[in-house]
Write a protein of this length. Structure first.
Length: 310
C-alpha cells in the first residue's frame, strides 16, 4: 500500500492512501499550534470545501483561546463507561434480571457459574468478551480436568448474561458474540455408584449431607428435588412420598416409596426438628433448622477425598 501526507494550504493537509482492496481514499486534516503552544491535529473528512469550512471554525475557536483539553475531557465523560463482567454479574443478581423464573437449584447453579467465570473474565469489559477469549476459557477448564458438559453449563450462563445486557434499555452492549456449545447428545451421563463406593462417599460427609445423599440414593430423585420436600408430602404410614407437579421437572405428580433406610432418615430428622423451629416445614434442614439449599460442595469434597470419579 502507498500513502502520501502533504500540506495543500496553510494549516490544511491532505492524506491519500490505498486500501487493502486497492481503492484510494482521501482524508483532510487541520494542523496548528493552539494558544498554549500545543500542536493540534483534527480529521476534517474527505470533502475539500467542508474541510476548509471546518478549519475556519477551528481557527476562530483557537483565536479565542479555546480550551481544547477541557472539550476532550467533556466528550470522554459523555462516553459510556465500559462495564466489566464482574460488575454486570453483580447487578444481574442484585436486581434479579433473569428473564425467566428460577428455582432455588437453578439460581444456585448460576451463582456457582458466575464465580468461576469471574475468575477468568471478571476484569474484562463486556464488549471485549469475544469468541477467542471464550475458546481460551474452555481450554483452561479442560486443562483443569473439568468435563465439557460442565463447561457448557458455565458458558451457557455467560451467554445468558450477555443477552440480558444487550436487552437492557439502553443496551449495555450492542451485540453478543456468537459461539457454539459442543453437542451433548452422545455424551449422556451414565455413571452409577456401587454400594461400596456409596459407603465411601458417605464416610466423608457430615450427617446433614449424608441424609440428603441417602434420600437421593433410595428414591432416585433429581439432585435438587429433596430441597423442596416438605413434611406434608410424606406419609410414613402409607410409606409414600407424594411430590406435586410443581416440585418436579416433568410437571406431573410423582409417588415415591419410602424404603427402610429412608424411613430412618425421616424419623431422625423429625426427632431433631422437634428441638428447634423448622423454617417453612422443610424436611431437609441443617442442625440449626435452616433448609438445605445444596449439598454439591459437600458431595464434590467427599468424592475427592474418597478418590472416586462418578
Amino acid at each position: 500500500m502507498q500513502e502520501t501526507f502533504e500540506q495543500i494550504e496553510k494549516h490544511l493537509y491532505r492524506r491519500q492512501y490505498q486500501t487493502a482492496t486497492g481503492q484510494w481514499r482521501t482524508v483532510y486534516y487541520a494542523r496548528f499550534v493552539d494558544s498554549k503552544g500545543i500542536r493540534r491535529k483534527f480529521a476534517l473528512g474527505d470533502n475539500l470545501q467542508d474541510a476548509r469550512d471546518e478549519l475556519g471554525a477551528l481557527r476562530k475557536k483557537n483565536k479565542g483561546e479555546f480550551d481544547w483539553d477541557d472539550q476532550k475531557k467533556k466528550l470522554d465523560e459523555q462516553k459510556p463507561r465500559a462495564v466489566t463482567l464482574s460488575q454486570w454479574g453483580n447487578t444481574y443478581f442484585e436486581k434479579e434480571l433473569s428473564p425467566n423464573d428460577l428455582r432455588a437449584g437453578s439460581a444456585d447453579r448460576e451463582r456457582r457459574s458466575f464465580k468461576l467465570l469471574s475468575e477468568f473474565f471478571g476484569d474484562l469489559s463486556l464488549v471485549d468478551i469475544n469468541k477467542n477469549r471464550i475458546l481460551e476459557y474452555r481450554k483452561k477448564r479442560k486443562a483443569e480436568g473439568v468435563e465439557f458438559i460442565t463447561v457448557n453449563r458455565e458458558l451457557s450462563f455467560l451467554r445468558k448474561l450477555l443477552n440480558v445486557a444487550a436487552d437492557q434499555d439502553p443496551p449495555i452492549i450492542d451485540a453478543v458474540p456468537r459461539f457454539k456449545l459442543p453437542s451433548e447428545a452422545r455424551r449422556a451421563r451414565t455413571g452409577t455408584v456401587n454400594p461400596d463406593q456409596f459407603a465411601k462417599i458417605l464416610s466423608h460427609m457430615r450427617r446433614p449431607a449424608q441424609r440428603y445423599v441417602i434420600t437421593l440414593y433410595e428414591t432416585s430423585m433429581r439432585l435438587s428435588e429433596p430441597t423442596r420436600l416438605t413434611w406434608d408430602m410424606g406419609d410414613l404410614k402409607a410409606a409414600l412420598i407424594r411430590l406435586p407437579a410443581e416440585c418436579v421437572k416433568e410437571n406431573h405428580p410423582r409417588r415415591t416409596p419410602i424404603s427402610w433406610e429412608l424411613r430412618q432418615v425421616l424419623e431422625e430428622l423429625r426427632a431433631e426438628q422437634r428441638k428447634i423451629a423448622n423454617v417453612g416445614g422443610y424436611v431437609f434442614t441443617r442442625k440449626n433448622g435452616q433448609p438445605i439449599v445444596s449439598i454439591r460442595t459437600a458431595f464434590e469434597k467427599a468424592r475427592r477425598e474418597a478418590k472416586l470419579v462418578v
